[in-house]
Design a protein around this ligand. Structure first.
Ligand code: HSE
Length: 440
């Protein structure tokens, strides 16, 4: 039986899961493929740790370069994470004629557009399904199942850690740091949790999805990114009372007409209607909602992080490559869903031009005329209010006010906010969150 030989870089959470599947599901995999996948070697700096796996017959090494140079390896799985040395290792693997599978969203977001042509030039494949949405085959759906559609929007809950934190804050009244510690203990969080809570991980993933949806180059550096660290329990309950739930969303939309092409890409805490599908996605679950011009709304839901779900996606990529091995890869769609020669440099829409609805939270002195002053600034900027609620007075004699607005562009809203912040009666900074009523 034809055999594809795998070398694994990194035996951390995901690497351990991949080794476990390749060993425990060996028979299922070969029955599905009519070919075999064999774990030949694995490299990690910490080989002494007990991973609860029988590695008999697997060469364990502490130096990744042994795997990159080995003659008996057809496919390298990169599960080290981060930009370097992952980029160098993947590049070397491709130069040495080995297919690559990775779960590394940072690597693909930053260097994917250098690596795809290198793989194609060498007749090799790069699989990265696990990089976005963990175990959810959302990129396979976008690239293959929705290939007949012009994509109209992508909304994603793409970070399990943030979704877990927001859910715990809402359901159990945990404070932010307590919920983050729990997420870390469960193995969801990045090595540096700032990447999770400040939205960077979501931006990595969104930039990949947007490029795949719209046939553009990957522009991670141009994604407008805000995290969840300024959200308080009071914001969660105030928005709930108004019929919304706060989710950290990645949002991408095309703005294509005869004269202009731009892609809108943003990551920020977002108010979504309590009745929407995406509002029901709780705990560490992820969901990606993709709308196409023929298919209309679709949604993909599942575990976005953790050993077993993420390893499931990694091994599915290995199996895809195995099914075309060793003769060819013609049955696979191009990695980014468009042939490389047709992928374009499409400019990112400046955030100032993006049109949103808003939630504003401000702390003001409890005295006559304050609300009139605030709303008159909004009126000057032609920003129309949907709702305004004054909450209970604090001991300091200040009162929180929360407002929902109708649509305006970000530049206009920021100009209004800087005038509101300058009012003598307004204490502290104004918190601005954005609202998406259109999400399904
Ligand atoms: N830190 C990521 C998350 C892991 O919390 O979703 C999966 O990319």
């Amino acid at each position: 039986m034809t055999e594809l030989r795998v070398g694994l870089l990194g035996l951390g959470t995901i690497g351990t899961g991949v080794a476990r599947i390749l060993i425990e599901q060996k028979e299922l995999i070969s029955r599905r493929l009519g070919k075999q996948v064999r774990l030949v070697a694995a490299a990690d700096k910490f080989l002494d740790r007990d991973r609860g796996i029988d590695f008999t017959g697997v060469r364990l090494c502490s130096d990744a370069t042994e795997i990159l140079a080995a003659d008996d390896i057809d496919l390298v799985v990169e599960l080290i994470g981060g930009y370097e040395p992952a980029r160098t290792f993947v590049q070397t693997a491709l130069e040495n004629g080995k297919h690559v599978v990775t779960a590394n969203k940072a690597l693909i977001a930053k260097h994917g557009d250098e690596l795809f042509p290198l793989a194609a030039a060498n007749g090799l494949q790069i699989g990265f399904e696990a990089a976005v949405g963990g175990g959810i085959p959302c990129m396979k759906a976008l690239r293959e199942g929705l290939a007949a559609n012009a994509i109209e929007s992508v909304y994603g809950i793409l970070n399990g850690t943030c979704n877990f934190i927001l859910t715990k804050m809402e359901h159990e009244g945990l404070d932010y740091s307590e919920a983050l510690s729990q997420a870390q203990a469960l193995g969801y969080a990045e090595a540096n949790p700032t990447f999770d809570v400040e939205g960077i991980d979501t931006a990595h993933k969104l930039s990949i999805l947007a490029a795949m949806a719209f046939g553009s180059k990957i522009k991670f550096d141009e994604v407008y990114t805000e995290g969840i660290s300024k959200i308080t329990a009071a914001d969660i309950s105030a928005t709930h009372e108004m019929g919304y739930r706060i989710k950290l969303l990645g949002i991408a939309k095309p703005h294509f007409d005869d004269k202009n092409e731009q892609v809108e890409m943003r990551v920020h805490p977002t108010l979504v209607p309590l009745t929407s599908q995406i509002a029901q996605v709780s705990d560490s679950y992820n969901a990606v909602q993709i709308s196409g011009d023929f298919v209309e709304h679709t949604m993909y839901f599942g575990r976005g992080a953790g050993e077993r779900p993420t390893a499931s996606a990694v091994v599915a990529d290995i199996m895809d490559i195995t099914s075309g091995f060793p003769d060819g890869i013609a049955h696979l769609a191009p990695p980014m869903g468009f042939v490389e020669s047709s992928r374009r440099e499409i400019p990112t829409m400046p955030m100032a031009d993006v049109v949103c609805e808003y939630y504003l939270r401000l702390m003001v002195k409890d005295q006559p005329g304050v609300i009139a002053a605030v709303t008159s600034i909004l009126a000057d900027h032609r920003i129309s209010l949907e709702a305004l609620v004054q909450k209970e007075r604090h001991a300091s004699n200040n009162v929180p006010i929360v407002m929902l607005t109708h649509e305006t562009n970000e530049g206009n809203m920021q100009a209004a906010i800087s005038r509101i912040t300058g009012l003598a009666a307004v204490e502290d900074d104004v918190l601005i969150l954005r609202k998406e009523s259109a999400v399904a």
